[in-house]
Design a protein around this ligand. Sequence first.
Ligand code: B12
Length: 456
Amino acid sequence: MKILLVRPPRIKQAVTLSDFMFSEPIGLEMLYAVLERDHQVEILDMMCDPVPLKEKLSACSPRVVAITSLCIDVKAVIKIAQETRAYDDTIHIAVGGTQALLNPSSFFHDAIDYIFKFTTTQNITAFYTHLDQGTLEFEIPGILDRTQDYKGEALKGINEYILPNRKSTAKYRQHYSYFGYKPAAIMQVSQGCNKACMFCLRWRIEGREEVAFDKELIQQDLLNIEEDTIMFYDNDILGSETRIVQLLDLIESLNLNKNFIAYASVEGILSNISSLKRFKALGLKALLVGYETFNDQELNYYTKKSSTSDSEAVAKLLKTIGIDVWASFMAHPDWTKTDFKAFRKYVKKLSPQISSVSPLTPFPNLPLYKAYKERLLFGIDDYEKWSFGQVSIQPSNMSLRQYYYQMLVTNLYINLSLNQSTEMLNRFGFKSVYRLSMGSLKAFGKYIELMMRAND
Ligand code: B12
């Protein structure tokens, strides 16, 4: 059977630092790895491939089009499904990915036949076997079926980390990057997060139980990556001493000579300083750290397990060891002008190499959603607005326009005066820094537009 796996085009709405992160569609590479055993599979990455969909459909003649999704992609996914349906209404259309897991009903649409709430080797294999054999009435855990009114077994489940086939995106790989590092690959060595911070979706996606992947799988994954840079997107690479020691032992034993980037929590960093130093010696270049805010009460409210003085200690430590920090912060909707000022002062104190501040965004699956439901500025189905780039909660201490103005001033201050471009210039080269600053300018333009549109 011929199967076309599709990632929708980039959504322009998103204006955060993610403009500088553009990773491989690793979920589709996993599907590819399972399906290639029995089928002819191809990946179309519309984020970097300008080929018109119709042209691709005609060249590939697929029997199944399988589309991946994030929240902001809903409309784009439905458009791809509709175009496919219009091109040939016998093609089976399936959707999976983060949005299908968090909110499958957003894909209850005539043009979408199957929704994968979660994906495992077992359910993908069973699904395609049924399609192949024409036994279309089935009930497979995790799959919702339109012909049965999407009543399929909507069990809770977790996506399986399957060894991805990196070669499946060979023709696109030179585009994939993480900040200045290009090309860069991404991978994970564990899943789940027991910290369950109130604002974070990761524990909703991966579960609260932290599970380390099989050593053989990690080893094979590391060996399959040809790029010089690997980004580990585990929730907290230093979150467990056992896991980080095992990973570092493996990197050492494989004699890998690569740049590494990872997400780490303040708590994890402070608990594993010797592993951090060892990781640095093995190639760790930068950590993405969620400092979140300048205010301890807010950290408590977000159920973050660290304090602002912990963040300060981490900032100092990382500077001493020589690891770049890409910090993320959240602006609370109740901030006053004085809070924004105090926040800017605090970021200056921490002085990360790169920082991004996004407005607090209470995704529908989070406890925060209930707390702010009455103050939301857009609905659950304004999918494209759920990008961390827009103010989603009505500010309480100033008008929306004034709030956007504060966001703009803060972003300008952070990006133009604090982000240390000279240091980055040395490390990443002129082209990368130029791309980063152009990205920032685009973000400012977006804020100005949003500010002008906001009512006083
Ligand atoms: C890598 C990553 C990216 C990559 C690309 C991701 C992609 N899928 O294309 C980049 C850097 C481009 C990116 C961008 C953004 N991201 Co992002 N990203 C991530 C990250 C770190 C990992 C996602 C991932 O690859 N997971 C691992 C893979 C294996 O999981 P998966 O895709 O779900 O695939 C599995 C199954 O779902 C299945 N599958 C996938 N697709 C399909 C399709 C079919 C048909 C089937 C059957 C199965 C199937 O296969 C896999 C097997 O297990 C997550 C955090 C996290 N851990 O979830 C945030 C995350 C997904 N991103 C998020 C956001 C908000 C964004 C941005 C909007 C940020 C921004 N403001 O710019 C942009 C949107 C870009 C756009 N669409 O234009 C949010 C999602 C919110 C939501 N509800 O959707 C997350 C959860 C982070 C967060 N802070 O909350 N992101």
